[in-house]
Design a binder for this molecule. Structure first.
Ligand code: ZN
Length: 266
């Protein structure tokens, strides 16, 4: 037992897999602007880093890992060059087509692992719809929602909003892909609830918040920030990023272990 790569198997190998029990892992990243200092592939690179670290820890669980979906729903970043994105309808159709084929291959359990906030609402709907259309038992680990939401204790810094290319993601990129990160200090970039466009718009708001509040507003990135960073990357460092990554890996590992044995009882 182990986590193996879906696309390393031959078609006859699939016949030997225990397709009732095997978890099919579907990671979603994104290709979208991440400010002046991080590469556009940040979400894709980080979800792959987490999976790379989890793989050796789950030798006792049977799973197949699909290639990461690299182009998803990133239309909030449309104003910034390098951002690539699918319309919501396209993405939902694509995920339905892929999961229907997974079901046709005989598998029963699907775990969606998401690193891009723009996908979260669609994936919540898809988690139920895939179950109904393709009869897969579906689970969603919305990594970005769990670890990067404004109420997350892991946000790394008490600034209220650190949801995109801020201290949390920058630290993890410095730990995992230092050669792809422009060197700091990152003093004058970003926007959070204390400075920049975010502070200007949301000062005094109790209910209307960009993320996590009782009232949500349909923002585009340019509403919140001029340079693409929603948060404050000042102070980011590799040691903190490494610690955040390891904590995330530990918790996602525990989630996958629970998923592996979960059954609805009748
Ligand atoms: Zn990101």
């Amino acid at each position: 037992m182990a986590i193996r790569m879906w696309n390393h198997l031959s078609t006859t190998d699939f016949l030997e897999v225990d397709r009732d029990k095997t978890l099919v892992l579907m990671p979603l990243g994104a290709t979208e602007q991440h400010g002046p200092h991080l590469p556009v592939g940040t979400d894709h690179l980080l979800v792959e880093e987490v999976l790379r670290r989890i793989k050796p820890r789950l030798d006792d669980i049977e799973a197949l890992l699909l290639p990461t979906l690299w182009c998803t729903k990133s239309n909030e970043h449309v104003a910034f060059p390098g951002s690539l994105y699918l319309q919501a309808e396209t993405m939902m159709a694509m995920v339905h087509d892929i999961t229907a084929a997974i079901s046709r291959s005989g598998f029963k359990r699907l775990v969606i692992m998401n690193w891009h906030g723009g996908n979260s609402d669609l994936l919540s709907a898809l988690t139920r719809d895939i179950r109904q259309r393709s009869q897969l038992l579906t689970f969603l680990i919305d990594i970005v929602y769990i670890f990067m939401g404004p109420t997350s204790e892991q946000a790394g810094v008490a600034q209220g909003v650190d949801i995109h290319a801020g201290r949390y993601e920058t630290g993890m990129m410095l730990a995992a892909y230092p050669n792809l990160v422009k060197p700091g200090p990152y003093q004058d970039i970003g926007s959070d609830l204390k400075r920049g466009r975010l502070a200007d718009s949301f000062a005094g708001c109790r209910y209307v918040l960009p993320e996590g509040g009782p009232v949500r507003v349909g923002w585009e990135t340019t509403d919140l920030t001029s340079d693409g960073v929603i948060g404050n990357p000042a102070g980011s460092n590799a040691a903190e990023g490494e610690q955040n990554l390891e904590e995330m890996v530990e918790r996602v590992e525990a989630m996958l272990r629970e998923i592996a044995t979960f059954e609805f009882r009748s």
